[in-house]
Design a protein around this ligand. Structure first.
Ligand code: HEM
Length: 816
């Protein structure tokens, strides 16, 4: 403790010295108003021509400049203290020594760098709020000016150069340059946005822990154990397969990956390891009540929980604490390909456009092996050959069902790459990779909007938000003002509804494998009895649980459990994460979504509200997941509203949405081909499974969903991607011994424009030509050729009927 005070004193002194040295450059700092082009040296201007707004800006600038060295020294002091937890062995360099360490805690170094600036911005905001007496409700508005000295530090102040990618047919790997006016929208390593301002205890960054009536909120673990407990009997969703759950998780990993705090040198924080966990600003340990129905038998009183890392806002202004998405926000297959160049390159063979594969003779064509075990999986001691897997998202190994879906889509990419290469278009590895990635991304979007979302949201909401794909033609609904960024309320609450769908077990080889045994477990993927096939078949053959307040004990007691009694509780984590992120209250979201009052069964509402001092305190996750479902859907109206708005933004705010027209577009015939995609077909093409339900999300026990044979399922029709001449069309009828046929040159992107040489049409003699007529006919053919050459410029593509007309008119005038 004394050491901490000493450090603090030294750093405070250093802060004062820094402040003095800063004061000279202070007057040269610029305050940039993002709505204006010109930079203004506000302090100097204020001295010459004071007016209220400028003085206010100048005051803010001075406050910020004053605060910077103070906050920086506080951060350094805090880092020293954090290091002491590492040095004393409380935090673990070997992350596997931390209770229920999971892959969601594998934070990248880049996120940690951004967070160091986020921490600074939060500190400065708090300082300014206090010094300038800014009311809580208007923190972000009052601090909405960009300030040069903060801009210099802000990771988002340099916008990417999009001149090359603007016209590109392909998305960038990191999602930048999609929106050409806001080039950072949707990029990986950018903040989540919010529907409503955050609700923090101090208005700026402290997790919500206080009731609106004062006093503490109910403990997250208490709400979980009393409200989110597992039902005794199965409460499955009668129509939906467990695949519905698993695809939801796979999709979630495409669009979001929160960045969680790490310790010194990337160690795993152990927030239960120190005697004063509340003194660690990165910790928000979950308290376990002494009378806990499960954990008390293990005398466990604390569950590890680290706070999500802070990030500056995308516009680099000060304000409330925000959280960081490490993945691209778009539905673009980034869980398969990665969200940054380095990851994407590391997953490629760099030959034939294919992705790397792993596996062995008995279990071939698996994902590449994570030979260094960077994902920290649980590997069997008995088989050194078994390794975890690499994919675009590090959480791939979280459970064996997720690994299976990843494997299937990796195979689909490679299948498409091989199909494209076989067309002999002369495409390079890069073009084949890009085009195959584009097709797989489009398939994912099609499956999401056509098959997955309708089961979640129901028909009426799909229609209301314009989420249904078209049957044909282009979608002309791109809106450049629509911000696709993932909303915090969606990531930290609404889209976690899927946690309630998880069954106690995975069906595998016709037996039930408890979920707790498939966490971080690659071994069953290598199983000769079926691995990926068997798990995938099990997902379509078993039910999803109902979306309600109940969650499987495998998630609420045994999450990533390594030692009996020391697993995690995902319901408690969801509630605590909501408080950590300052997620708005359930009542606020209900109001903004215009949801009427009676959306819970009375017994459910009573059970939930009785846990809180006041209904206004109720956490969004708990109340949202327990609402009665909307007609035709499986979630309640508040979550449906948040989720529908998000998927609307992901569709209309994505320039590369697969149904869009434009420079980047598929041709209409390619688009029709993409529209044939179903998840079941993708499964058929990439596993040895013989029968699947026609719609993989619905159980085949449902009359609307018969089983289909995989035998008839072919690969996509690659001919739609072939460059050069199409096959010859049919001959026109024979007119006076002459007939014509046509072909077209397919030089859509990415074909090279000089791909076709030769004629668009071919003319031949027909009928019984007598020798004497021959020279005449040959002369006519030459004349007709000249006419067709001239005429074809009048048509985009000349069709056979036009050719027939031209032939007839010509022969009428020049009969042989
Ligand atoms: C076996 C199944 C699953 C397990 C074990 C699991 C586990 C987890 C864990 C440990 C987290 C991190 C929690 C935190 O620290 O805040 C998480 C986050 C999340 N999960 Fe799941 N999950 C599963 C399935 C699903 C499904 C089916 C969905 C949706 C349909 C889903 C949606 C989410 C979302 C949206 C997040 C937040 C992601 C982020 O922002 O990083 N999960 N899950």
């Amino acid at each position: 403790m004394e050491e901490r005070i000493m450090h603090y004193a030294i750093y405070s002194l250093l802060g004062v010295l820094l402040l003095l040295s800063c004061s000279k450059s202070l007057t040269l700092d610029k305050v940039v108003n993002p709505t204006e082009d010109s930079d203004t040296t506000l302090v100097q201007t204020a001295e010459k021509a004071p007016n209220q707004q400028i003085l206010k800006d100048a005051t803010l600038l001075k406050t910020v400049s004053d605060s910077l060295p103070i906050i920086e020294s506080r951060i350094k002091a805090a880092a020293k203290i954090e290091k002491s937890f590492f040095d004393s062995g409380i935090d673990h360099a070997d992350v596997r020594n931390t209770d229920f360490f999971g892959p969601h805690m594998l934070t990248s170094a880049k996120a940690v760098d951004i967070a160091s600036v986020g921490e600074l911005f939060s500190g400065v905001t708090k300082y300014a709020v206090e010094k300038l007496n800014i009311p809580r409700q208007s923190i972000d508005q009052q601090l909405s000016k960009r300030i040069g000295i903060l801009d210099e530090r802000c990771p988002f102040s340099n916008v990417p150069d999009c001149t090359r990618s603007a016209a590109s047919r392909y998305r960038t790997i990191d999602g930048s340059c999609n929106n050409l006016n806001n080039t950072l929208w949707g990029r990986s390593f950018t903040p989540f946005e919010r529907i409503l301002p955050a609700v923090y205890d101090n208005g700026v960054d402290e997790a919500r822990q206080t009731s609106v009536l004062g006093g503490p909120l109910p403990l997250a673990r208490k709400i979980s154990s009393q409200f989110h407990q597992t039902s005794l009997k199965d409460h499955f969703e009668p129509d939906l397969s467990h695949m519905n759950m698993e695809f939801g998780q796979f999709l979630s990993h495409d669009i979001q990956r929160n960045a969680l705090s790490t310790g010194t040198f990337g160690a795993a924080l152990d927030c239960c390891g120190s005697s004063e966990p509340e003194s660690r600003s990165k910790c928000l340990a979950i308290e376990i009540p002494a009378d806990d129905p499960y954990y008390s038998q293990f005398n466990r009183t604390c569950m590890n929980f680290v706070r999500a890392l802070p990030t500056p806002k995308l516009d680099c202004t000060l304000g409330q604490r925000q959280q960081l998405n490490q993945n691209t926000h778009y539905i673009d297959g980034s869980q398969i390909y990665g969200s940054d160049e380095q990851t994407s390159t590391s997953l490629r063979t760099l030959s034939g456009g294919t992705l790397k594969t792993g596996g062995d003779a008995t279990a071939p064509n698996l994902l590449p092996k994570d030979t260094n075990n960077a994902a920290n999986c649980i590997l069997p001691a008995s088989d050194a050959n078994v390794k975890c897997f690499l994919a675009g998202d590090v959480r791939v190994n979280q459970n064996s069902a997720l690994i299976s879906i990843h494997t299937i889509f990796m195979r689909e990419h490679n299948k498409i790459a091989a199909g494209l290469e076989a067309l002999n278009n002369g495409w390079s590895d890069q073009i084949i990779y890009d085009e195959a990635r584009k097709i797989v991304g489009a398939m994912l979007q099609h499956i999401t909007y056509k098959e997955y979302l309708p089961e979640i949201l129901g028909d009426a909401i799909m229609n209301k938000y314009g989420l249904k794909p078209l049957a044909n033609g282009y979608f002309n609904g791109y809106e450049s003002k629509m911000n696709p960024t993932i909303k915090n309320e969606f990531a930290a609450a609404a889209f976690r509804f899927g946690h309630s769908q998880v069954h106690d077990s995975l069906k595998y080889n016709n037996k039930a494998q408890y979920f707790k045994d498939v966490f971080l477990n690659p071994a069953i993927i290598y199983d000769t009895a079926g691995g990926v096939d068997s798990i995938t078949k099990g997902l379509t053959d078993s039910y999803s649980q109902k979306v309600d307040e109940r969650m499987s004990s495998h998630l609420t007691r045994h999450l990533f459990e390594r030692k009996a009694g020391f697993g995690g509780d995902l319901a408690a984590i969801n509630i605590q994460r909501g408080r950590d992120h300052g997620i708005p209250l359930y009542q606020q979201m209900k109001t903004i979504c215009n949801v009427s009052s009676n959306v819970h069964e009375p017994s459910v509402w009573n059970a939930l509200s009785s846990l809180y001092r006041n209904p206004s305190d109720i956490d969004l996750f708990s109340a949202g997941v327990s609402e009665k479902p909307v007609p035709g859907g499986i979630i309640g109206p508040t979550f449906a509203c948040i989720i529908a708005k998000q998927f609307e933004a992901l569709k209309k705010g994505d320039r590369y949405y697969y149904e869009n027209s434009g420079d980047q577009a598929f041709t209409l015939e390619q688009l029709d081909e993409i529209r044939q995609t179903t998840l079941s077909k993708v499964i058929c093409r990439n596993t040895g499974i013989s029968f699947v339900p026609t719609n993989a999300f619905i159980k085949d026990t449902n009359v609307r969903n018969q089983k289909m044979s995989c035998k008839g399922v072919s690969a996509i029709d690659y001919s739609k991607w072939k460059c050069g001449w199409s096959n010859w069309g049919t001959w026109t009828s024979c007119v006076n011994f002459i007939q014509v046929r046509l072909r077209t040159c397919k030089q859509q992107k990415p074909c090279a424009t000089d791909f076709c040489t030769g004629d668009v049409f071919e003319i031949q003699k027909c009928g019984s030509v007598r020798n004497v007529e021959m020279p005449q006919i040959e002369a006519k053919i030459e004349q007709l050729r000249a006419i067709l050459v001239t005429q074809q410029n009048n048509y985009d593509i000349m069709d056979v009927n036009t050719a027939q007309d031209i032939l007839q008119t010509f022969m009428h005038q020049n009969a042989v």
